[in-house]
Write a protein that binds this ligand. Structure first.
Ligand SMILES: Nc1nc2c(ncn2[C@@H]2O[C@H](COP(=O)(O)OP(=O)(O)OP(=O)(O)O)[C@@H](O)[C@H]2O)c(=O)[nH]1
Ligand SMILES: [Mg+2]
Length: 462
């Protein structure tokens, strides 16, 4: 019987522990990417995380044994606070077939990290890249590395790179003697590629144990779904208490971020909104609403982790711009707060505004996420345009109406119920966006997206 792949020891973490962990202890996802030279490791990192090797800082690991040349080695941590503040990368920088030394360097690095006492310093995941078009066969030393990895408890995904080139190769083989490839020829080439991948998967499963994750990817735009599937597969094996950190780090799935933003909404923020809204004769309710806005804004920043945010979003006027986009009438509410003495009786009115703020911000951050594919940092001009788009799109009115209908006296004083309202409103808001996209785009185009195809901002160097 094939040995079982022990990918993620399940520990029971309560929600509170998980939240505290994410807030205080482990704020960065530490991933290690290994594979032969030129298999596409750097390309993949930039697609999923937006990391630009030339811009990223390399933190030298002086206390470790360092060998090999190159710009950096696996012991060095690659971090780029501005593009992705939730990530630490270790890149093996390509080991060559036959270079056993290099492979044992990878092995000793993994041992070194596994021995670290805190989760923050350990490896959270390994992506092992194998090129589908690489004629170099798996070397015995590499098989040895597989066996070594099988014994480790580090979540592992085999990433089969260059799927596009591989399908192209299969197609060329099939139509060598024909004049032109038909749709059927393409389909057959894909089937042949899938058969090869199934064989490789079978081999990896028998070596590593049933349940090991294997995912093909490509850098071609038409294959973006494959890269998204890699994010889904990685989510499945990441330790549960690290999922929120993973959701923040990955840059390809808006849905994961949206769900994380709602389900991990800090309870204490909602709790203080309820308390301050319910106090009678509280002239500071308006101020509290301002604080609530700021806390929610920071929660969204942490989860959506947009490229370029750590420089742009430190400016005071940026929060004002968001406030304008979500609640241009918030000042009126402030005024009302100062004169309304009824406390609990009119609390739902303030809580409604608070929940509208949350839903607005989640929808706006999602829009900014769609507008900034990982290769591009958000600029002031882009931000201005997207916020204006949100204000003018009509979605804000729909969101506010949905909140009006959902927040009532019964749901206003329970954190759990308010999270439920946010969940439903944001989901419905996405459905509205989707049907608008179906109306304004060709049906075919929309069907191929999980999410509405918002126009991306033009690439910076285009
Ligand atoms: N067709 C195709 N080419 C790819 C793909 N991914 C990467 N490449 C190309 O493969 C070459 C090597 O890519 P890199 O991302 O630099 O590979 P690497 O594994 O980081 O290489 P080292 O750092 O030298 O080990 C580049 O020319 C890429 O454009 C892919 O999915 N499809
Ligand atoms: Mg590289």
């Amino acid at each position: 019987m094939a040995p079982r792949h022990n990918s993620s020891p399940r520990r029971d973490w309560s929600e509170v522990q998980e939240r505290e962990y994410y807030e205080h202890e482990c704020r960065k996802f530490r991933i290690c990417i290994i594979g032969k030279a030129g298999v596409g490791k750097t390309t993949l990192l930039s697609k999923v995380f937006g990391i630009d090797e030339h811009e990223a800082g390399v933190v030298r690991q002086e206390d470790a044994v360092r060998r090999g040349g190159g710009q950096h080695n696996i012991y060095d941590a690659i971090v780029d606070e501005n593009r992705n503040s939730a990530l630490v990368i270790h890149d093996s920088c390509g080991f060559e077939t036959g270079e056993d030394n290099n492979l044992s360097l990878v092995q000793s690095f993994i041992e070194y990290r596994s021995a670290k006492p805190s989760l923050q310093e350990q490896l959270h995941c390994i992506w092992y890249c194998i090129s589908l078009v690489d004629p170099r066969q798996l070397h015995e030393a590499e098989r040895e590395l597989f066996r070594f990895l099988r014994e480790k408890e580090i979540p592992l995904v085999f990433v089969l790179t260059k799927y596009d080139a591989f399908v192209g190769e299969k197609l060329r083989e099939a139509v060598e003697d024909m004049e032109e490839a038909t749709a059927d020829d393409w389909r057959n080439a894909r089937v042949a590629a899938q058969e090869h991948i199934a064989d490789l998967r079978g081999y990896l499963e028998s070596t590593m144990g049933y349940g090991v994750k294997v995912q093909e990817v490509s850098k071609a735009r038409k294959d973006e779904r494959l890269v998204q599937k890699l994010a889904v597969e990685t989510t499945a094996i990441v330790k549960p208490n690290l999922r929120i950190v993973w959701f923040r780090a990955q840059g390809v799935l808006a849905k994961q971020k949206r769900v994380a933003c709602v389900e991990h909404f800090p309870q204490k923020i909602l709790h203080s909104l309820i308390v301050s809204s319910a106090l009678p004769l509280n002239p500071f309710r308006g101020v509290k609403l301002g604080d609530f806005f700021e806390d929610t804004f920071h929660h969204c920043l942490a989860v959506w982790n947009l490229p370029g945010q750590s420089v742009l979003f430190t400016k005071d006027y940026v929060q004002t711009m968001f406030r304008e986009a979500s609640q241009s009438y918030i000042r009126r509410t402030n005024l009302a707060a100062a004169v309304a003495p009824l406390g609990a009786l009119d609390a739902p009115r303030f809580i409604k505004v608070g929940i509208q703020i949350v839903c607005d911000l989640i929808m706006i951050f999602q829009q900014l996420f769609w507008a900034t594919p990982r290769r591009q940092k958000l600029s002031y001009g882009d931000l201005r345009r997207e916020l204006d788009l949100y204000k003018g799109s009509g979605i804000r009115e729909s969101i506010h109406r949905l909140v009006e209908g959902a927040v009532n006296y019964g749901s206003s004083f329970s954190v759990k119920k308010l999270v439920g309202v946010i969940r439903v409103v944001v989901d419905d808001g996405c459905k509205i966006l989707h049907s608008e996209a179906v109306r304004s785009h060709k049906r075919e185009e929309v069907r191929s997206f999980d999410e509405p195809p918002f126009a991306e901002l033009p690439a910076q160097n285009a």
